[in-house]
Design a protein around this ligand. Structure first.
Ligand SMILES: [Zn+2]
Length: 533
C-alpha cells in the first residue's frame, strides 16, 4: 500500500511503502498534494520521519538527502493515521486494520470531533437580530466536510464520517471551529503610519485639531498620493496576511486616501489586484468623500462635484467598487453633503454606506435611513430617532469599537440598546492609519468588555451579520452546505474564550476556499497563497 506523509504547507511530501520511501517531494499545499498524487487511499503521518523533518518547511537538496536516509527509521505498522474513520490525532494504529471506506464520498478536507462547531446556520437571507444574535447553532462533536472549495456537509462527527471520507482529516478535538471572520469596514490601502499622532492624542490633541493642522487623513493622503500602486499592493498584502493569521477570511476595503481622481482610482486598482493575488476576498468601496483636500476647505461643494462628476463615472465605468461611502462628521461633510454623495453613488450602481455619528451627532443614522443604506457605521452619537429608523429598515449597524478605543473618545455606540431593540449589529476593525487594528478577535474583546455584548453576540456580529453588511451572506459568514469553505479553528474548547481572552491569537488554523492557508501549530507566520498558484 502506498501512502502519503505530509507536513502541512509548504510541506514535505513522502510517498511511502510499508518499509521504504518511494518518492519524496515538496509542495506548497499539503491539501493539493494529496489530491494530485492520486491512487492514495489514506493520508498518514509517520512519526519517526516527521521527527527528522520537524520544522523544515522549504525544499532544498539537504532535505532530500535527509529523506533518503530517513527510510532507515520507517517501522511498519506504527503509523499516525489521518484517514476517514475515527482514530483521534496521535493515535497509533496498525495499517492492516485500517478500514477501506471506498463507498463513502470523498472530501478534500474533513474536520472532525470539534468540541464546538459554531455553524450560525439559517441566516443567509436576513441578518440575525435580538436573541438570535446570542444563538450560534452550535454542534458539539461537530464535523465538516469540504470538497472543491465548498462546504459539502456539516453535522455530528458520526454522521458526517458515515457519508464522507477525507483526503486530509483534521482533528478538532478540544477545539472550536467557526466561519472565518468577515471584516466589513476597513481602510486597507494607504501609505505611511501615524504613530506620532497617536502620542499627540494621548497628550490631549483632538481629531479635528490634528486634521486642521494638516495631519490625520490629509497626512496619510499626501503619503498615499506619492506611493506607486505596486507599493500599495505590497503594503496591502502584508496587512491581509496579518488579518488572515487572526482568522479573517473576507474583508471590505475603502478608498479615500487618494482624494484626487487619479489617486482614488490608484487605490481601487490596488484593491482589485489584492483581491486577485491574495487568498482572502477583498470587497471594494469607493470613498472619495472621506475628507476634502485643503485647497477645497472653503468650497466643499466643489470637491463633492469632483467626487460625483469626475470620480464616480470612472469608478463605476471600470467596475472598481461595489459600495459608496462618505464621512458625515462635523468639520468634514454635513448630512446634506453626505446625502448628495450617496444618492449620486446609487445612480452609478454603488450601494450606499455611511460613516455616521462617530464623533458628533450629525444625523448620519437618519441619512442612512433616507437613502436605504446597506449599513450605517460607527453610530457612537446616533440619536434615538436614528437608531429607531435603522431597526425598522433593518439597516446593518456596523459598530467599530476599536476605533473608539484608538481615538480614546470614551463614547461607545449603544450596542445593548440596538441589539435588545432588534437592530442587526455587525462588528468591524475600522483598520486605518489612526486605528491600527487588524484583528477581529481584539474587536470582539473590546465589544464584550466595553459595549456589553456577549461573546456569542459579538461572534454573530463578526461573521454572518458582517457578511450581510457587505452583501456576502449568501456565500460566507456561516458553516452551511454550498457556502465557500472559509473556516477558522481556535485552540480553545468553547466560543466564550473569544472576548474573554485578550491579546493572544486563538486561531490555530485557517482555511479559505477549501485550502489550508494558516497553520499556526506548525509555524508562526501564515502561508501566503496566491490564487494563481
Ligand atoms: Zn472608517
Amino acid at each position: 500500500m502506498h501512502f502519503v506523509s505530509h507536513d502541512y504547507s509548504p510541506c514535505l511530501v513522502m510517498i511511502l511503502s510499508k518499509t521504504c520511501i518511494l518518492n519524496v517531494g515538496f509542495c506548497r499545499s499539503a491539501v493539493a498534494s494529496v489530491v494530485t498524487l492520486g491512487n492514495v487511499y489514506y493520508c498518514v503521518r509517520y512519526r519517526p520521519i516527521l521527527h527528522v523533518f520537524a520544522g523544515d518547511r522549504f525544499a532544498n537538496s539537504q532535505h532530500e538527502k535527509q529523506a533518503k536516509t530517513a527510510q532507515l527509521q520507517v517501522k511498519p505498522n506504527k503509523v499516525l493515521y489521518y484517514g476517514a474513520a475515527q482514530p483521534s490525532k496521535g493515535e497509533v494504529v496498525n495499517l492492516s486494520k485500517v478500514p477501506k471506506n471506498r463507498t463513502r464520498e470523498s472530501a478534500d478536507i474533513l474536520i472532525v470531533n470539534a468540541e464546538e462547531m459554531l455553524t450560525l446556520t439559517g441566516s443567509s437571507q436576513t441578518p440575525r437580530t435580538g436573541k438570535q444574535m446570542g444563538e450560534l447553532e452550535i454542534i458539539h462533536d461537530g464535523a465538516l466536510a469540504i470538497r472543491q472549495g465548498k462546504i459539502a456537509a456539516v453535522g455530528k462527527t458520526r454522521d458526517v464520517t458515515k457519508a464522507f471520507r477525507g483526503g486530509y482529516v483534521l482533528s478538532a478535538k478540544g477545539k472550536t471551529v467557526l466561519p472565518g471572520f468577515v471584516d466589513p469596514h476597513t481602510h486597507l490601502v494607504f501609505a505611511g503610519s501615524r504613530e506620532d499622532e497617536f502620542q499627540m492624542r494621548i497628550e490631549g490633541a483632538s481629531y479635528l485639531e490634528i486634521l486642521n493642522s494638516g495631519g490625520g487623513v490629509l497626512k496619510t493622503a499626501r503619503e498615499t498620493q506619492k506611493a506607486r500602486v505596486e507599493k500599495l499592493v505590497e503594503l496591502g498584502l502584508e496587512r491581509l496576511d496579518s488579518m488572515l493569521a487572526h482568522g479573517t477570511t473576507t474583508v471590505e476595503a475603502k478608498s479615500g486616501y487618494g482624494l484626487t481622481p487619479e489617486d482614488e482610482l490608484k487605490i481601487l486598482e490596488a484593491l482589485r489586484r489584492l483581491n486577485q493575488l491574495h487568498c482572502m476576498n477583498v470587497v471594494p468601496t469607493f470613498m472619495g468623500a472621506h475628507v476634502a483636500p485643503l485647497e477645497y476647505r472653503n468650497n466643499l461643494e466643489e470637491y463633492i462635484d469632483l467626487v460625483i462628476d469626475d470620480m464616480m463615472p470612472k469608478v463605476a465605468g471600470q467596475g472598481l467598487a461595489e459600495f459608496c461611502d462618505v464621512l458625515c462628521e462635523r468639520g468634514v461633510f454635513n448630512s446634506e453633503q453626505a446625502k448628495r454623495v450617496l444618492v449620486a453613488g446609487k445612480r452609478y450602481g454603488l450601494k450606499p454606506k455611511i460613516h455616521a455619528d462617530q464623533m458628533t451627532g450629525l444625523g448620519g443614522a437618519e441619512i442612512a435611513v433616507d437613502v436605504a443604506a446597506v449599513s450605517a457605521d460607527h453610530l457612537n452619537y446616533a440619536s434615538a430617532e436614528g437608531v429607531k429608523g435603522i431597526m425598522q429598515k433593518a439597516i446593518i449597524a456596523v459598530l467599530l469599537p476599536a476605533a473608539t478605543f484608538s481615538m480614546m473618545t470614551g463614547r461607545w455606540a449603544n450596542a445593548r440598546l440596538m441589539i435588545d431593540g432588534g437592530a442587526p449589529v455587525a462588528l468591524g476593525t475600522d483598520f486605518n492609519a489612526s486605528c491600527f487594528v487588524r484583528n477581529q478577535q481584539a474587536v470582539i474583546a473590546i465589544a464584550c468588555h466595553l459595549m456589553h455584548m456577549t461573546p456569542a453576540e459579538a461572534i454573530t456580529a463578526a461573521t454572518i451579520n458582517a457578511a450581510h453588511a457587505i452583501n456576502r451572506a449568501h456565500e460566507v459568514g456561516s458553516l452551511e452546505v454550498g457556502k465557500r469553505a472559509n473556516v477558522a479553528v481556535l485552540g480553545v474548547p468553547n466560543h466564550k474564550f473569544l472576548g474573554y481572552s485578550i491579546g493572544v491569537n486563538l486561531v490555530e488554523k485557517v482555511i479559505t476556499d477549501g485550502r489550508l492557508v494558516v497553520d499556526r501549530e506548525k509555524q508562526d507566520e501564515p502561508v501566503f497563497l496566491s490564487r494563481t498558484e
